[in-house]
Design a protein around this ligand. Structure first.
Ligand SMILES: Nc1ncnc2c1ncn2[C@@H]1O[C@H](COP(=O)(O)OP(=O)(O)OP(=O)(O)O)[C@@H](O)[C@H]1O
Length: 537
């Protein structure tokens, strides 16, 4: 039997091929099953290795089988001096993809997809009573076609059960001095710098740090000098990591990242993280930034961002601040569009048309100046082809909003609300995007008093970082309570004004809720609004 690097060519029923990677504890080879010809990744480790990770992994894999993004374990065992695991052959790691891209940072849409998938993977592992404990770019790999849009978790060598399979109790916390388990870059501050016992919160914090690292030119500050080679260098790294404030690490990034990091750090030792909430936050962020509504990791990224995020300045909010609104209105008046443009729909349409014509004529127009996209044209009945900057859903919602703003009777409004509900229900995500809020704003305006200008209900997702999230968001039960009440009361509304107040409450409580999702009660409320409008003529 020929050998290479001390490892035999044949182990178990596998013939070893190319070396895919080597870590501290062993090597991974592409290998072929000698009878079936099937390709696997064979993880090989010497039985006397001081850190027998294959042995640990072998016991954890069965609990993880069947989960999306969890590699299948095809075989395992010991042959001679070699402990082996045969698992699904997968593609490149995020570390590899990121390095090969040659870019300073990863694009926001990819990072949002990584966030959503990683949170889902951790939710699954945790649901099986297992902590990963070594979240890092090298341990997240993409699948091979046709699974190249799925991120897989690998390397469970440091993983551990946090729920006792017999007693079903959580592992205890302890203040006893313990050896550090994890990696220098992304392990949580609690585990790495304070020697705490890892629990679910620490897997999530590591994920948060990894996401921030990907969006930061040159990465997180403590990663910039490479792996520490001496105890002093490691101590310096720990000090720097401990001192780094979330607002400094996340300056210029969408606020979701800072909030996620703070959230992870506030979790109690045994607390179950709200995975769904954060998946929705990152999905909503991606949608707001103009990316399609899906969790697929598409590499290389297909679309460039419509609104570049900047590491140097705060992100622009979507709803202008009052001062900015004033400036915009002043600018509008200075645009010499003829008659007053606000308060009269026909002149607004006329103004938009003129501005578009002017934009076409002006060949020297700065590319950053206002881009006017015709989403209002009535002649364009094909709402399946959105302009390049809008997703199909956003486009359909925008058209619906335009029609709502033009509705002149309750029956027409009622039909539009039904269409709105159907449209929202036709997508898997129930998050109310800014286009969805625009419809709610318009509905409110039509019901309250069509002749007045109303400030949008929808606030920016950019929130002040020094306020705690708890203060800014309504707890879930508050939203559920309000929406359930609205659902009960809507059919008794006796006027458009009463309905307007309810729509306003609905918009405001949804905007303040985490994830901004429309619940079952929310849909029933909207359907109730439609029913009531049909009666209140
Ligand atoms: N299933 C797989 N398919 C393809 N490549 C893989 C697979 N598993 C691991 N690799 C490659 O091998 C590298 C090392 O894998 P892994 O992290 O599981 O081993 P390890 O010995 O525990 O490493 P480390 O000591 O660095 O944690 C990975 O970064 C990846 O590039």
């Amino acid at each position: 039997m020929s050998e290479f690097g001390g490892i035999p060519r044949y182990i178990g029923n596998y013939y070893l091929g190319e070396n895919l990677g080597s870590g501290y504890s062993g090597s991974i080879f592409r290998a072929t099953h000698i009878h079936t010809g099937e390709l696997v990744a064979l993880k090989v480790q010497h039985v006397n290795h001081e850190c027998p990770t294959n042995r640990y992994e072998r016991h954890l894999y069965p609990s993880l089988q069947g989960g999306e993004g969890m590699p299948t374990l095809w075989a395992c065992g010991v042959e001679g001096a070699w402990d082996y695991l045969a698992i699904d052959l997968l593609g490149a790691s995020l570390d590899n993809l990121y390095r090969k891209s040659g870019k300073d940072t990863m694009d926001l849409s990819s990072v949002c997809a990584i966030a959503m998938q990683l949170i889902t993977r951790l939710e699954f592992m945790h649901s099986r009573g297992i902590l990963h404990r070594d979240i890092q770019l090298g341990n997240c790999v993409v699948g091979l076609p046709p699974n190249e849009k799925t991120i897989y978790m690998i390397d469970f060598g440091f993983s551990k059960r946090y729920i006792d399979p017999y007693t079903h109790t959580h592992i205890p916390d302890s203040r006893a001095k313990r050896d550090f388990i994890g990696n220098y870059w992304f392990s949580s501050v609690g585990v790495h710098c304070r020697g705490k016992v890892p629990s679910r919160r620490d897997d999530l914090e590591a994920a948060a740090l990894m996401l921030i690292h990907l969006l930061t030119p040159r990465g997180l500050p403590w990663t910039r000098n490479g792996v520490p080679k001496t105890d002093e260098a490691h101590d310096r790294l720990i000090k720097e990591k401990k001192a780094a404030r979330p607002e400094d690490l996340c300056r210029g990034l969408p606020s979701e990242f800072e909030e996620f990091l703070r959230y992870c750090r506030r979790l109690q030792f045994q607390e179950c993280p709200d995975y769904e909430r954060w998946r929705e936050e990152f999905r909503a962020l991606a949608v707001e930034e103009g990316f399609p509504e899906c969790d697929d990791f598409i590499w290389p990224p297909e679309r460039t961002q419509t609104k570049p995020h900047s590491k140097t300045g705060p992100r622009r909010s979507h709803a202008p601040a009052p001062e900015e609104m004033e400036r915009i209105l002043n600018d509008l008046t200075n645009m010499d569009l003829g008659d007053p443009v606000l308060g009269d729909r026909e002149t607004v349409d006329e103004a938009v048309r003129k501005a578009r014509d002017a934009a076409k004529d002006d060949s020297s127009k700065d590319s950053r100046s206002v881009e006017v996209i015709d989403i209002t044209s009535d002649s364009d009945d094909d709402d399946t082809i959105p302009p390049p900057h809008l997703t199909p859903k956003a486009y359909k919602l925008t058209k619906l909003t335009k029609r709502a703003s033009e509705a002149s009777d309750n029956i027409a409004l009622s039909e539009l609300v039904v269409e709105f509900v159907d449209l929202l229900k036709s997508y898997t995500s129930r998050t109310l995007t800014k286009e969805g809020f625009a419809f709610i704003d318009t509905l409110y305006k039509q019901l309250a008093d069509p002749s007045v200008f109303v400030l949008p209900l929808r606030t920016s997702r950019q929130r002040s970082s020094d306020k705690s999230l708890q203060q800014e968001k309504e707890p879930a039960h508050v939203k559920l309570g309000v929406v359930a009440r609205l659902r009960r009361e809507v059919l008794g509304a006796h006027s458009n004004k009463a309905l307007a107040k309810m729509v306003e409450d609905f918009g405001s409580v949804t905007n303040k809720s985490t994830g901004r999702t429309v619940t079952k009660d929310g849909f029933a409320f909207l359907e109730g609004v439609a029913q009531r409008l049909a009666v209140l003529q």
